[in-house]
Design a protein around this ligand. Structure first.
Ligand code: MG
Length: 315
């Protein structure tokens, strides 16, 4: 008889091959206010994640536990790495996208569009060509909880593309509040979370999909609907399954949008990333804690597991 551990909810038998039945849901760090932005640094064997309201970026490693990586983060939210191993982050407080250089200096990559300030960049991905894609909802300026309250100068609807030439363009302009985003493994598709139901329950909590056509996005419709809460951060694995945050845990979808199963988490999940020494741990940021689960699959963002790393990146 196949037993299913209590933190797994199997909707499709294919899910059993992705999360081993002996896997455990481990709480590896706690005591934060609102965790977000997990990113794995394989070459330093550590995880970085944001604790947004406390304005800090934290570091966790198996051997050293939790420490503060950056104490004044500017309400940093989403994080990723580029192919040079540099940390790219979204700061609500500074209302920008910032890169940490190899010597630790920080370079602001984007803070304005058409002469007006961005709202509060939320999450970010970098393609293999170095192009940066990020979302710009208003969550960081609607209160002082995770940023500085201010009137928006941009619509809350935009997703931006920052080319390697420095040109910033709005590539999707019809979201209510765009949030997490991730590429399919071959980068032909960009998935973007619609989290507008946080303030308007008429907005469906969906993950939308777009074909990447040169420097533009072509709307390919709804990929999946989140049945509990709303979608926030997400990642794809090497097979193209998409793992999304939700109010009751992590939802795993096949590349055709079929819900395969859920990892149930006792706190609202904001984001997740693959990592660990073997690349087969799913790290989950969930409200006041960070959780870890063994998964039998690796993330599509393989470059985060090794290669070069900025000297000040996470050491
Ligand atoms: Mg987010």
């Amino acid at each position: 008889m196949i037993t299913t551990p209590p933190h797994l909810e199997v909707h499709d038998e294919r899910f059993r091959a992705l999360v081993h039945p002996m896997s455990k849901l481990e709480l590896i760090a706690e005591g934060f206010i609102w965790t977000e932005g997990p990113v794995w640094f394989g070459d330093r064997d550590c995880l970085l994640f944001s604790d947004i309201p406390n304005q800090r970026i934290m570091r966790w490693s198996e051997t050293e536990g939790v420490s503060t990586y950056r104490a004044s983060s500017g309400f940093n939210n989403g994080n990723t790495r580029d192919r040079e191993g540099r940390l790219i982050g979204c700061r609500h407080g500074n209302r920008d996208v910032v890169r940490t250089e190899v010597d630790g200096r920080r370079t602001v990559l984007a803070s304005c569009f058409e002469g007006k300030r961005l709202n509060s960049p939320n999450d970010v991905v970098v393609g293999s060509d170095g192009v940066i894609w990020f979302t710009d909802p208003t969550y960081g300026i609607i209160s002082n909880f995770e940023g500085y309250k201010a009137a928006p100068e941009q619509p809350s609807r935009n997703v931006y593309r920052l080319g390697t030439d420095g040109v910033l363009s709005a590539v999707a302009t019809d979201f209510a509040q765009p949030n997490g985003l991730c590429f399919s493994p071959d980068e032909s598709r960009l998935y973007i979370a619609e989290s507008g139901s946080s303030h308007d329950d008429t907005v469906p909590p969906v993950i939308r999909q777009f074909e990447v056509v040169g420097d533009r996005l072509k709307d390919a419709g709804v990929f999946a609907t989140i049945d509990t809460g709303l979608p926030d951060g997400m990642r794809c694995d090497v097979q193209g399954n998409l793992w999304s945050s939700a109010a009751d845990g992590v939802h795993c979808f096949a590349p055709d949008g079929t819900l395969l199963g859920k990892i149930l988490v006792p706190q609202v999940v904001s984001n997740l990333c693959f990592g660990g020494r073997d690349g087969q741990r799913l790290f989950i940021t969930a409200t006041t804690g960070v959780y870890r689960v063994f998964v039998d699959i690796k993330g599509a963002e393989s470059w985060t597991h090794g290669g070069s790393c900025c000297a000040a990146g996470c050491g």
